[in-house]
Design a binder for this molecule. Structure first.
Ligand SMILES: C[S@@+](CC[C@H](N)C(=O)[O-])C[C@H]1O[C@@H](n2cnc3c(N)ncnc32)[C@H](O)[C@@H]1O
Length: 229
């Protein structure tokens, strides 16, 4: 099984409740490989979030909040906005945001990606980057539909959505460990499971997005780069 992702659901995460800070071992393992991909795709011409040109990077399903805490110091001119649907995680996300040395992580917002982002105050064509790790396969497909619909409506033209996790391709899951992982997800919740890149491309097409790049990642994961047309 892809331990990198499996540990999100197997209950073996180390939860450090000091100051409400949570540590997901999988997030600790995958944060640097994801950062290396972001360094290839994030463009920021300003040094500070005080600059009105500072791009907005919206994270959906932030979990512990570790990912943005790791990324933000590398992009001091980017405004990072973490969000989560589970309000019990907001304390941990706030902890990481408040302790970010570059002070470019905003306080977390409670957002259900199945709802329109306008209901949370976002304007259409206003977001520079949408980022989502490890939610697509660990939530009902309606959440994936909501993610792509919101990306299509709320990203600026030519802006990017970055999704990270395990996927199947043309109905085929590889390797065997991911087949087992998919089965374990579906056994736990019949509405969960790996999504197929070919289906996601069709969903993207309906929402004015196209798959721009696929980056192979450790532990049989991929980072998909989607571009708004
Ligand atoms: C496996 S965790 C991933 C956390 C984090 N992105 C990471 O990679 O460490 C999946 C997250 O998806 C969130 N989630 C599930 N349904 C959601 C929804 N409808 N809207 C936003 N987030 C959702 C869960 O609350 C959970 O925190």
């Amino acid at each position: 099984m892809a331990k990198d992702v499996a540990s999100y659901i197997s209950g073996d995460d180390t939860h450090n409740h000091n100051n409400q800070k949570l540590i997901y071992p999988a997030a600790t393992r995958n944060q640097d490989p994801i950062l290396q991909v972001l360094k290839r795709f994030l463009i920021c011409d300003v040094d500070s979030i005080e600059d009105e040109e500072s791009p907005l990077f919206l994270e959906i399903a932030a979990g512990s909040g570790q990912h943005l805490a790791y990324f933000a110091p590398h992009f001091p001119g980017v405004r990072f906005q973490p969000t989560e649907v589970d309000d019990s995680l907001l304390g941990s996300i706030s902890y990481y945001a408040e302790n970010c040395p570059t002070k470019n992580i905003m306080p977390p917002k409670l957002i259900d990606i199945c709802q329109k982002l306008s209901s949370y105050g976002f304007e259409e064509n206003s977001i520079d980057y949408l980022y989502n790790a490890n939610m697509i396969h660990i939530s009902p497909y309606a959440c994936t539909v909501g993610l792509f619909e919101n990306a299509g409506n709320y990203l600026k033209p030519d802006a990017l959505m970055i999704t990270y996790g395990p996927y199947s391709k043309d109905g085929v899951i590889t390797p065997e460990s991911n087949i087992q992982f998919d089965a374990s997800l579906r056994a736990r919740n019949a509405d969960w499971g790996l999504r197929d890149i070919t289906d996601l491309i069709k969903l993207a097409d309906k929402n004015n997005l196209s798959l721009m790049d696929t980056v192979e990642m450790p532990a049989n994961n991929k980072t998909l780069i989607w571009k708004k047309n």
